[in-house]
Structure formats: structure tokens, C-alpha cells
Design a binder for this molecule. Structure first.
Ligand code: FAD
Length: 388
């Protein structure tokens, strides 16, 4: 079967590209490994899909070229996606920090994409795993459902995270096959694990969460952290995990709104114990652990000013070297991927192979937590859709 455009992957990026190409009257077939489209959309945002972020800018992305995403993000904005959401009268709300979620279910977004595909005559073939790609005059794809040919080929295979949802390394393999540079991949937006010695102390805090400022090599996020049975999670940890590299120290300010050294020193004459005093500032279970394993617990007046300063320093700058991450099984995204130098930022077409495009998460553009990854998928899919 021959089409103008073949798209591998019926996720956010592939479907958006298909809709836009369909609008231009191109014949489009989307090939999808899974038995349903948009499996990641369905589970995203805790089932409510954080489909965009109204504050999206290139600063919300990691990439070896931080300017690359600007063009696509400018040509398809969060407001453009909201217009589509409004067209289908999907109720949504801002949760926090510009993050837009469906009121009801992520299925609303999948239905929206399905209806748009139908309107513009996009064909979708499910349970069609692409195994090989060859290029002569046309691209020729071998799949579990036969052979397909096209003038344009769009790789929208996503990243490596959550293998049970159909992730494959096909996009990266195709890049290697066509001599297209691929930057090393690693799990991002992923919980961190603690070293055995730390885990022994902190695992009993599993479930405790608190507002913090987490910093790694000059990058900071002010959000909650969550203690888990394996280590640390919560939005601030997920965000920093995309930047963290093994064996390096993460700094966690457990009291980001207070200079706790000064506060402790101002109360140095008090009878109250350190543990009781800190309970006004930190979760009681955390205070308990800190006063058992890190500080002596005695009345504040029993400490020297210098000792109180040391305690404050610890709380405002807890230094921890994680053991690792929970890996692709738990990661929301894959950091790294197709090197942006290989692609046109306007069309997403590869510079080396005319007609070959890469969009979405498979590209070395990774968003922060908060709807940015979908906005990149919509934006890069839209950009390619105008040219395929
Ligand atoms: C648990 C979780 C929650 C998330 N929540 C959010 C959120 O709320 N907001 C946000 O912005 N981002 C969120 N993300 C990230 C977001 O889902 C992804 O960045 C986005 O889905 C990427 O879109 P994509 O189209 O590039 O890839 P994908 O959505 O991964 O789609 C790729 C598709 O390609 C198919 N495929 C792969 N290989 C083949 C092959 N060989 N043959 C045929 N088909 C193939 C896959 O089956 C898949 O359907 C979340 C991710 C996870 C894992």
C-alpha cells in the first residue's frame, strides 16, 4: 500500500502531525504498535492529562540546543491547543503553575484526536508494529501487518519510558541506520533511589511530603518532595532527576522560606527541646528522624550559637547523593534522543534524508513536569504536519 505520508506511532505527536497533514489533503496512514491509540495520554496527569502549560517557553525544556524548540513552540501555542479543546467543549481547569488538566478524563483528549483524524481522513492501523525501514525512491516499511510505502516518513515513536505501554527503540535504530546523530538517552522525570545507608534511615518516612527547594548544579525547583520506600520522589525530585547525573550531590533546602539558623539562634535561651521546636516547621516524623540520626535532641539553651548554626545549615542545605533512579519503568520521559542539529527547526525534517521527519519525545527536547512534554508533542507534530 502506498501513501503520501506514513507516521510511526499514534501518540500525541504522531496524531497531531497526521491531523495537520490530513488537513492539507495528504493521504496519511498512522502505524501503531498497540491495540489502541494514545496509551500514554490515557494514563497521563493521573488519568486527567495535563495537556499543556500556559507558561510554555523554550526555558521549560532540556536539549543540547536550547533554542531549537522555539520555532515550533511559537507556531503552535498552548492557546492553539486550548482552541481545539474548546471546539470539543472539553471542560478543563488550571491546577497550579499554568498546568491545564481535563476536569473529567484524559480520554476526552484521545477522543478529540480521534475525531480530528476522522474529519481529515487520517487512517490508523493498530497492532501494526514497524520492524524495518528501507529507503529507495520511497520509504518502505515492514510491519507485523504487511509492507507500506510512502514519500514522507514521520518517526513519532516516543521515548523508552514505560515499556509496557508499547515503547520501542525503533526511532533511535532508524536514526542509526540513516547515520543521524542520537544523543545518549536516560530516564527523566523519575523518582530517585537512595544509597543503602540513607535508605535505612529514611525509608520509614515513606509517604511524608514537604515543600522544598531542590538544587542541582545551579538549577532549582521549588516544589514538594515525597519520601518513598526506595528513596525520593514528588514534583521537585522528578524535575531535578532530568538534570541529575550519577554520583553527584543534590541539595535540598528543607525549609525554603526560612533562615532556620537565624531562627534557632534567636531562640537559643529557650527551654524547649530541638525536636519540639522543629515540629513547628517540619513534618513531625521527619523531625523525629533528624533528631535521632543527625542531631542531639536537647533544650535549645543547651546548644552553642555555632551548633545551632550547623543544625540550621543542615536543614537549609541537606546534601544527598542518590544511588540512582527508578529507571524507565517509572520515568515519565526519556532525556536525550535525536540530535536537533540533524533536524530543521521549522519542519522537523532531517537534513540528511529528505522526506524523513522526527517529532515528539524521540527528539532531544525534553520538557519539565507540568504539561510541557505534551506541548512539545503538539508543537513538533504541527510543524511537521505542514510540510510532510
Ligand atoms: C505516567 C506518565 C504520565 C505523563 N503525564 C504527562 C502529563 O500529564 N503532561 C505531559 O505534558 N506529559 C506527560 N507525560 C509525558 C508524555 O506522555 C510524553 O512526553 C508524550 O506522550 C510523548 O508523545 P509522543 O507522541 O512523542 O510519544 P508517545 O506518546 O510515547 O507515542 C509513541 C507511540 O509510538 C508507538 N510505537 C513505538 N514503537 C513503535 C513501533 N516499532 N511500531 C509502531 N508503533 C510504535 C508506541 O506504541 C506509542 O503509541 C507523561 C508520561 C508518563 C509515562
Amino acid at each position: 500500500m502506498e501513501k503520501n505520508v506514513l507516521i510511526i506511532g499514534a501518540g500525541a505527536a504522531g496524531l497531531m502531525c497526521a491531523i495537520e497533514a490530513g488537513k492539507r489533503g495528504r493521504s496519511v496512514l498512522v502505524l501503531e504498535n498497540n491495540a489502541a491509540i494514545g496509551k500514554k495520554i490515557r494514563i497521563s496527569g493521573g488519568g486527567r492529562c495535563n495537556f499543556t502549560n500556559i507558561h510554555t517557553s523554550a526555558q521549560n525544556f532540556l536539549s543540547s540546543n536550547p533554542h531549537f524548540a522555539k520555532s515550533a513552540l511559537a507556531r503552535f501555542t498552548p492557546q492553539d491547543f486550548c482552541a481545539l479543546v474548546d471546539k470539543y467543549e472539553i471542560p478543563f481547569h488550571e491546577k497550579k503553575l499554568g498546568q491545564l488538566f481535563c476536569d473529567q478524563s484524559a480520554q476526552n483528549i484521545i477522543d478529540l484526536l480521534k475525531k480530528e483524524c476522522h474529519q481529515y481522513n487520517v487512517e490508523i492501523l493498530l497492532e501494526a508494529k514497524v520492524t524495518d525501514v528501507a529507503k529507495k525512491d520511497l520509504f518502505c516499511l515492514s510491519t507485523t501487518q504487511g509492507i507500506f510505502q510512502s514519500q514522507s516518513l514521520v518517526i513519532a515513536t516516543g521515548g523508552l519510558s514505560i515499556p509496557s505501554l508499547g515503547a520501542t527503540d525503533l526511532g533511535y535504530r532508524i536514526a542509526r541506520q540513516f547515520n543521524i546523530k542520537n544523543n545518549p538517552c536516560r530516564p527523566g522525570l523519575v523518582p530517585l533511589t537512595l544509597q543503602e545507608k540513607d535508605l535505612r534511615i529514611f525509608k520509614e518516612l515513606a509517604g511524608v511530603s514537604l515543600d522544598t527547594l531542590v538544587t542541582f548544579e545551579g538549577i532549582s525547583f521549588r516544589e514538594n518532595i515525597l519520601f518513598t520506600h526506595q528513596g525520593l520522589s514528588g514534583p521537585a525530585i522528578l524535575q531535578i532527576s532530568s538534570y541529575w547525573s550519577p554520583k553527584k550531590t543534590i541539595h535540598i533546602n528543607l525549609l525554603p522560606s526560612a533562615d532556620i539558623s537565624c531562627i534557632l539562634q534567636a531562640h537559643q535561651t529557650k527551654e524547649t527541646s530541638l525536636k519540639n521546636f522543629l515540629k513547628d516547621y517540619l513534618p513531625a516524623r521527619l523531625t523525629e528522624i533528624l533528631c535521632t540520626h543527625f542531631f542531639e535532641n536537647k533544650p535549645l539553651k543547651g546548644y552553642s550559637l555555632e551548633q545551632l548554626q550547623q543544625i540550621g545549615k543542615f536543614l537549609n542545605n541537606w546534601e544527598i547523593i542518590p544511588e540512582g533512579t527508578e529507571g524507565y519503568v517509572k520515568a515519565e520521559v526519556t532525556v536525550g534522543g535525536i540530535d536537533t542539529d540533524e533536524l530543521s527547526s521549522k519542519t522537523m525534517e532531517t537534513k540528511k534524508i529528505p522526506g524523513l521527519y522526527f517529532i515528539g519525545e524521540v527528539v532531544d527536547v525534553t520538557g519539565h513536569l507540568g504539561g510541557f512534554n505534551f506541548q512539545w508533542a503538539w508543537g513538533s507534530g504541527y510543524a511537521a504536519g505542514q510540510y510532510v
